[in-house]
Ligand binder design. Sequence first.
Ligand SMILES: Cc1cc2nc3c(=O)[nH]c(=O)nc-3n(C[C@H](O)[C@H](O)[C@H](O)COP(=O)(O)O)c2cc1C
Length: 368
Amino acid sequence: MNTENLFRPFSLKSLHTKNRIVMAPMTRSFSPGGVPTADVAAYYRKRAEGEVGLILSEGTVIERVSSSNDANIPHFYGEQALAGWSSVIEGVHQGGAQMGPQIWHMGIMDNHHSGWLPAQPFEGPSGLNRPGFNNGNTMTESDVADTIAAFGRAAADAKRLGFDCVEIHGAHGYLVDQFFWEGTNERTDNYGGKTLEARSRFAVEVIKEVRRQVGEDFAIIIRLSQWKPADYTYQLAKTAQEMEAWLNPMADAGVDIFHCSQRRFWENEFEGSDLNFAGWAKKITGKATITVGSVGLNGEFLAAFAGESSQPSSLDELMRRMDRGDFDLVGVGRPLLADPNWVQKIREGRTDELKGFTKDALSSLILD
Ligand SMILES: Cc1cc2nc3c(=O)[nH]c(=O)nc-3n(C[C@H](O)[C@H](O)[C@H](O)COP(=O)(O)O)c2cc1C
């Protein structure tokens, strides 16, 4: 297996990574009261020392009272939380990697199993988490404006603290995605509409505000998924034309890199082509893309939450697509959660030392 192309450097605006491997954003819930601890900093630093090129943080929530459903998920606002993040980026830079926070608003959520609830009801485009399940408020236009501004402040803070880029979480059924999806966006104002393009206006305004806050030279990533937690086979864009109408306005608004979340990167997006989501996003927008989803593992991540173990698997199909130029960067989640030295092992061909993934890797911040 020739993985040479994974180990080329990558440069785009503020980003200059030593290789093409991106640690995928993974929520860990180890930040009591929303403040990342020294353990969290050590966890990221270990991945940097293990030769990850670009680390994307776990989702970290913006300054809205109900942006989170879990007291242990880190905030990206407030003096203490930002001081915690400052230690994180310092350690990651010392370890030799680059990093961006994944800024997040969860939107309408199921109540967390801990029983913790935010001080105000969850908020989203229409109060819906999935069709027929209402668990919060419909955002007013002023809520929408404040939320857009809060995304912008978080991005400005990311730049001020010395992060190398920022990622907007627009995937997986959370707030931004709740606007995209007709199943959760029933609005009749300018943030709703019959077409995906119309329902993308919220995302476009978030991106424009983030761009306004960070300037032209700071790299902006947006993470998107066709699938929803309520429907793994769902496609927001059912054709290449719909995908154009969805992605191009976001590219024009300021996205530099589309992070295309799939459960399995090898699944093709549309009939008649063997391009995956990242392949299509690059072809359509001309922007850089990140592919992700079961790279180096034989089982996917949602089954992993239910307890399914995954074994290491070959990177041949990944490299076939990468060598062809389908995408620029490769997101790796669970292998890096379980093993900070995964990248080194791949680079040195030490495949017999790869660990795979079992659910118990979720219960602590693994440091070696
Ligand atoms: C424990 C865990 C937490 C996750 N949290 C997030 C998150 O905060 N934001 C996000 O966009 N994706 C999240 N994901 C999805 C991962 O970023 C990634 O897309 C997924 O795990 C597939 O990659 P993998 O097969 O390499 O693990 C999470 C995945 C795991 C396993």
